[in-house]
Design a protein around this ligand. Sequence first.
Ligand code: R7I
Ligand code: MG
Ligand code: MG
Length: 331
Amino acid sequence: MTSSHDKFRGCILGAVLGDVAGAVVEAESPGFIAKTFASVGDILATDTVPEFQGPPWQVGRFTDDTQMMLCVAEWLLEDDSHSPEILLSRFARAYEPWRRYGTGTEAIFRAYSQHPRAWRELSTVMFSAGSYGNGSAMRVAPVGLAYANDLRALISLAMESSRTTHSHSNAYQACVLQSLAVAIATKTSAFSPDMFLSPLRAGLAHFADLLQDTTRFACALDIVEQGLRAGLPCIEMASMLGTGVAAYESVPMALYCFLRHPESYERVIHEAIFIGGDTDTIASMAGAISGAFLGRQAIPAQWLGAIREQPYSPSAIEALADRLWAKFGSK
Ligand code: R7I
Ligand code: MG
Ligand code: MG
């Protein structure tokens, strides 16, 4: 049986690697990706790819998904008050524009540097009801690891981690679904789709009780369940669920990639990337769940060797996962 220690490592490394591999083809179509690359190994063996603006993208670098997820992990470790403002200040300090942040999120970081005391209001600078982009769900995995055994704390922390940049109800719901999926994967080694889908529906019911509209995610979970029953491939589900940056598309899509291939991290990442669209983010979220379920040993060493980052080398990322496990692993 996979140890919880290995699951913590698998989750964080699995998310980072999904981002690193998916970043190479972010926003490309499935046709282009299939024509250009034969496999994830092939993607990771590439040196650079042209960037829409600016210098070429160096394969092996991670994007905003990982940069902010590492901030969430450090925040959980170092700020016991779990203040959203402290998290926002971490995001803003770590912000590097070339990591391809969402436009709304960038606008908030810029506004925060000018008006730090107005941090509570900044989440609506670009979208008046708050963003429903996937930018908060893609960074929430550490909350699922840390509060796997405390549902109330998980919901509260998932929302607090979203609030400063993504205050739309769909973003909150997405964060709870993604962190819950990670939590369930962390706690179990057995598998059935219902072991995931039932608690996720219960998580959504929490928001329905608050009179929030949960229709988008409730429908998406129904489609996920039907797709699994019919054994539909991820590429076919992509046209039903969507692969865009809206959280209500990419979060259910990532979940499907994992639930369809629970036995293989490699397969999950392959599917999450070759469906096209928001590939870094779907692969990162699917990779977090799959890594938490299968553990670090399921992640190919050769893939990890393709990560080219400092100071967050694979061993430094693993050390961060170890610190999370030391603090939260027995809770
Ligand atoms: O969610 P966010 O941080 O972006 C994350 C994505 C991931 O794919 C990353 O890998 C990175 O590439 O970017 O950034 P936001 O700008 O908050 O949201 C992303 C996009 O969702 C926005 O640019 C809009 O296109 C759309 N969006 C909305 N559109 C209309 N009305 C989000 N919220 C709204 C809205 O309320
Ligand atoms: Mg990204
Ligand atoms: Mg993305």
